[in-house]
Design a protein around this ligand. Structure first.
Ligand code: ZN
Length: 145
């Protein structure tokens, strides 16, 4: 058990080390791999056309670069988004307004969803629990009546 845990941990550590770059190195990689726009700092933001998220240079993931892993590449930090640097545009005011609007709508949808789930839980789980307890309580009496 312990050996397996150690193996997993050491692999996770190795993975982190492999893709860990200093800020300067990362900026250098961004400049080299993103030939479409200029990068002046890691704090710069880009708008990903594929997933519709604002991403900063710091958030962009650098993968590969080691033997067997292929050449260095940049990945959007969003899960399952496989955009390439060409999809990352400079956020204009128009884009920023759109992102803001989407974020507000998503927050509202999430609030609504959790509200619905809370109501749903109230109606199902405690109710079932209550019913089964009630049945357990009622049934023995029924037998004697
Ligand atoms: Zn993306």
């Amino acid at each position: 058990m312990l050996a397996v845990d150690r193996k997993v941990i050491s692999r996770a550590v190795a993975l982190c080390v492999a893709t860990k770059l200093s800020d300067e190195e990362k900026l250098e990689v961004l400049r080299r791999l993103d030939q479409f726009r200029q990068w002046h700092s890691l704090e710069e933001k880009r708008y990903c056309l594929v997933c519709g998220n604002l991403i900063s240079g710091r958030q962009i993931q650098v993968a590969g670069g080691t033997r067997g892993n292929g050449p260095l590449r940049l990945n959007c930090p969003t899960e399952r988004c496989n955009s390439i640097p060409m999809d990352w545009v400079l956020p204009t005011d128009e884009i920023l307004a759109k992102v803001e609007k989407t974020a507000t709508e998503e927050r509202k949808a999430a609030e609504l969803k959790s509200a619905v789930e809370a109501v749903g839980n109230d109606k199902t789980l405690p109710h079932d629990d209550f019913m089964s307890r009630l049945l357990k309580f009622v049934l023995p009496f029924k037998r004697y009546s």
